[in-house]
Design a protein around this ligand. Structure first.
Ligand SMILES: NC(=O)c1ccc[n+]([C@@H]2O[C@H](COP(=O)([O-])OP(=O)(O)OC[C@H]3O[C@@H](n4cnc5c(N)ncnc54)[C@H](O)[C@@H]3O)[C@@H](O)[C@H]2O)c1
Ligand SMILES: O=c1ccn([C@@H]2O[C@H](COP(=O)(O)OP(=O)(O)O[C@H]3O[C@H](CO)[C@@H](O)[C@H](O)[C@H]3O)[C@@H](O)[C@H]2O)c(=O)[nH]1
Length: 366
């Protein structure tokens, strides 16, 4: 173990296995880029693969500036390209994988279901085959609370039956099933499947945040665009849900808490083989209008909005019972909705046009 991980080792624990090199798929994206910072900050060697379907390579200059260290290597590739992916595993001694790469828009998946299954399920099977060929058996998988579907007002624990209501959620559920089947058949695998509720916010430095390609799909970056004056008003998708104010309720969790959980997950990849599923959320139901009010307060800007029809594939409420992860790892998220709005606004104000214009780093070909 190097000096970083020695400093963060659990007291009394002498793990027989500790990852040193972590492959981050989708590491240029919103959560993946924050995970890179978290990993670099804790001494890990980080290798990234991303095809920039929803991101740009500009992000890595920011990641490295915050961490004060370099990402080990960045490869521009589609994870479904097994030959290219295999070359990355040939070149680097990967100990564990954090698998973020996927398409994530609920409405996009309703419009293009095949694309979503192809990328999310096909990408995961390609990764698993490549990991298998290279003897890599430890994975942290980005799943989603959307697998629960319309399961009621919650809070939902991990035993809640999965009933996805859109192709995106179904593709995540399919990946979970594949991972469970692999773990069942092969005792050398450990998979930590993290079902995030709604990650939001940004790195507190203001250097790193959410910079999707095209118009943002998620609520908070959209609200930030309105606060900036780039959009006239927010379209609220549905005001007739069975919720206190009629707008949809989600459980927002700060992206820094989300990636902290991923880093801590690495310490638990040797605890027990098999697949282990954990919710990541604050356990607080927050409506679209609650987000509007909190962001307006954080930015001191009005957020005009109009209530329109529901968005296809959406559900009324998704709130976590996130106690299992606290019991298992002694960890819980600490940042509030106000923190998420403050940090997202800080990033948007400093980067009104995202990362565009930042220095481009060359991508080695695998
Ligand atoms: N953001 C959320 O609210 C949320 C909630 C639950 C789960 N998740 C999951 O977390 C993960 C990360 O989400 P995010 O918000 O950072 O999304 P994101 O779109 O910002 O990041 C995903 C990254 O994966 C890359 N990618 C997509 N397809 C690829 C492919 N075929 N090959 C290589 N790279 C590819 C994209 O370019 C992007 O950089 C996703 O798996 C998503 O489904 C996100
Ligand atoms: O302009 C907007 C954008 C969103 N919403 C609503 O805000 C809520 C949250 O939307 P969004 O931020 O898009 O989150 P989800 O639809 O919950 O989907 C995100 O969160 C899921 C987990 O809940 C992840 O799995 C998905 O990948 C991720 O896109 C939903 O009710 C939307 O209808 C609006 O009203 N107006």
């Amino acid at each position: 173990m190097d000096k970083y991980r020695r400093a963060h080792a659990r007291p009394g624990a002498a793990p027989s296995w500790a990852p040193s090199t972590v492959l981050v798929t989708g590491g240029a994206g919103f959560i993946g880029s924050h995970a890179c910072v978290e990993l670099l900050d804790h001494g890990y060697e980080v290798i990234v693969v991303d095809d920039y379907a929803n991101s740009t390579p500009h992000v890595f200059a920011r990641v490295e500036r915050i961490a004060g260290r370099f990402v080990g290597a960045v490869y521009e590739l589609d994870i479904r390209d097994r030959r290219a992916l295999s070359a990355v595993f040939d070149r680097h001694p990967v100990d564990a994988v954090m698998h973020f790469a996927a398409l994530k828009s609920v409405s996009g998946s309703v419009e293009s279901p095949v694309e979503y299954y192809d990328t999310n399920v096909g990408g995961t099977t390609s990764l698993l085959r490549t990991m298998h060929e290279h003897g890599v058996h430890r994975l942290v998988f980005s799943s989603s609370c959307s697998v629960y579907g319309d399961a009621g007002a919650g809070p939902l624990d991990e035993s809640t039956p999965a009933h996805p209501t859109n192709p995106y959620a179904a593709s995540k559920r399919a990946c979970e099933q594949i991972l469970a089947d692999v773990c069942c058949r092969r005792p050398e695998y450990t998979v930590l499947c993290l079902r995030y509720f709604n990650p939001a916010g940004a790195h507190p430095s203001g250097l790193l945040g959410e910079d999707p390609q095209g118009a943002p799909d998620n609520l908070m970056p959209h609200v930030a665009q309105v606060a900036l004056g780039h959009s006239k008003r927010l379209q609220v998708f549905g005001g007739d849900y069975p919720t206190p104010d009629g707008t949809a309720v989600r459980d927002y969790i700060h992206v820094m808490d989300t990636v902290e959980a991923h880093r801590i997950a690495l310490d638990h990849l040797a605890d027990a083989p098999g697949m282990h599923v954990f919710n990541l959320g604050l356990g607080q139901g927050i409506s679209v209008l609650d987000v509007v009010a909190a962001f307006s307060e954080a930015s001191a800007k009005p957020i005009p909005y109009e209530v329109g029809p529901r968005r296809p594939g959406d559900v009324a409420t998704l709130v976590a019972d996130a106690s299992a992860v606290s019991r298992a790892w002694g960890w819980r998220p600490t940042r509030t909705l106000a923190d998420m709005c403050r940090d997202a606004w800080h990033f948007q104000r400093l980067n009104p046009h995202g990362y565009a214009g930042a220095e481009r780093r060359p991508n080695p070909k695998p």
